[in-house]
Design a protein. Structure first.
Length: 469
């Protein structure tokens, strides 16, 4: 028995500081920053308000980064929020996060990113969007037949997910180095747009044009507009999931979370300011692809094609970062006896959670092929912010429950930092409930659907311990 334990493969700490920063930045910078400025402009009616929302969102991210830096350094284990919530609040709370993340939220996010990548590819190769076949279903609760279109993009998106799954199966060091490369490319693309805007554009006036969607001036409008901004910022909390594979985690996790978040906040504010500088407010508000339109205005349509390539690279980098972190949640749950047994398998040569990697890849491929990921993922936007609020509470509870826990980094401004972050996350979650009550309620139902599974796996674990005794 002792020999087996000694020779059993385990995860290795193969992610250095640069790889850890690349995971944070790569998880945050995806597709949204190239697209959502127009939605926010229409909602707020003023470039000043749009920039203010990005800055406010950045402050919220920093508050969250302080929390996750402390939690990641104190509990550098695989699983991230699953571990924090299990120890800080209760095992069932941690399980419900892990259940939602493993079954829908993380694979759904991967499917959304992969489908978005193919959407960008469709601008360069229109044949990608051609339908292979179309089915019509007549359902009793729908007045119109439901149409399901299977396009060329879906198997291509599945192939992209398969490629990312293979890369992450083959070793965390390889995946970490590849993430540094991808993140460098996407940061270079954002910087290029900013530099072009500073050097080639004539200042077009950062002030609202007389358009029909002038500012609504309500707190609800601001909360609605902050949702796409926070969706673009989402990912600052990802590194904790890889806590067991970051070298010198007590130092590198806080550094990577803080430096990565600060870099992304700066780039986001700068690139949005650049959009308004190049296009002016009216054209930003009317644009469906604001980054492409800005670059096309500066250097022509050929330049817009290059920015589309940059969007594809950015989306692929976000997909890879997601897959680098996501399998660690079902792995941590299976290790504790709270998930399918195969998910705790560690590859004896590559030292990766191979069972969980394959599982996440299969679920994401299934979602992208069936086309149901959009509905499922939209249900979980509410859940993301709910769990972020709960994680802030878990930090406060851990300070009380485990005061002797080694904390190489302590959240700046405690307890006001986690309280402010938790209150903001809760406000966004409640606002999403009010704006999208049906989808948010379905999302909550999906979360609570995990309770019977928690009870089932908990009984199995207790029975196994009883038999051992």
């Amino acid at each position: 028995m002792t020999t087996d334990n000694r020779t059993a493969p385990g995860l290795i700490r193969g992610l250095g500081l640069w790889s850890a920063i690349a995971v944070v930045v790569g998880s945050m910078i995806g597709q949204a920053i190239f697209l959502v400025a127009s939605d926010m402009a229409r909602e707020l009616g003023s470039p000043t308000r749009v920039l203010a929302v990005w800055i406010i969102g950045g402050i919220v991210v920093l508050l969250g980064a302080f929390c996750y830096a402390e939690l990641g350094a104190a509990l550098p284990e695989a699983g991230g929020d699953y571990v924090y919530l299990s120890r800080g609040l209760s095992p069932v709370c941690g399980f419900l996060y892990g259940w939602t993340a493993s079954m829908i939220m993380r694979p759904g996010m991967a499917a959304v990113i992969a489908a978005g990548l193919m959407r960008f590819a469709g601008f360069l190769l229109p044949a990608v969007t051609n339908p292979i076949f179309t089915w019509h279903f007549t359902l009793p609760f729908l007045s119109q037949p439901y149409q399901f279109a299977f396009t060329t993009a879906q198997p291509l998106a599945a192939g992209t997910i398969l490629l990312v799954t293979a890369i992450n199966y083959l070793g965390v060091r390889t995946a970490g180095h590849f993430q540094v490369f991808l993140t460098s490319l996407k940061v270079a693309a954002v910087v290029a747009i900013v530099v072009l805007g500073l050097t080639l554009a004539r200042f077009s006036g950062i002030h609202p044009a007389p358009v029909t969607w002038a500012a609504q001036g309500s707190i609800g409008a601001a909360l609605t507009a902050i949702v796409p901004a926070m969706a673009a910022y989402n990912g600052f909390q990802t590194l904790g999931t890889l806590g067991a594979e970051v070298s010198d985690p007590q130092r590198n996790i806080p550094r990577a979370v803080m430096l990565g978040s600060l870099l992304v906040i700066s780039l986001y504010v700068l690139i949005n300011w650049t959009y308004f500088r190049i296009l002016g407010f009216s054209r930003v508000a009317q644009s469906n692809y604001v980054a492409s339109d800005a670059v096309a205005l500066l250097i022509g349509n050929r330049g817009a094609k290059w920015i589309t390539v940059a969007m594809i690279v950015s989306a692929f980098g976000a997909l890879h970062a997601s897959f680098l972190a996501s399998p660690r949640v079902p792995f941590a749950m299976a290790r504790d006896g709270n998930f399918f047994v195969f998910a705790k398998r560690i590859h004896p040569i590559f030292h990766t959670p191979s069972g969980a990697v394959i599982f996440q890849g299969c679920v994401a491929i299934l979602l992208v092929l069936t086309g149901t990921y959009q509905e499922l993922y939209s249900f979980e936007i509410f859940a993301i912010w709910l769990f972020l609020a709960l994680t802030a509470i878990a930090l406060i509870r851990l300070r009380t429950k485990e005061p002797a826990l080694p904390r190489s980094y302590r959240a700046w401004g405690y307890p006001w930092t986690p309280l402010a972050f938790g209150a903001t996350a809760a406000a966004i979650s409640v606002n999403l409930w009010l704006v999208r009550p049906v989808r948010s309620s379905i999302g909550l139902a999906v979360i609570f659907l995990g309770i019977p599974f928690f009870n089932f796996w908990r009984r199995q674990t207790l029975c196994a311990k009883t038999e051992t005794i």
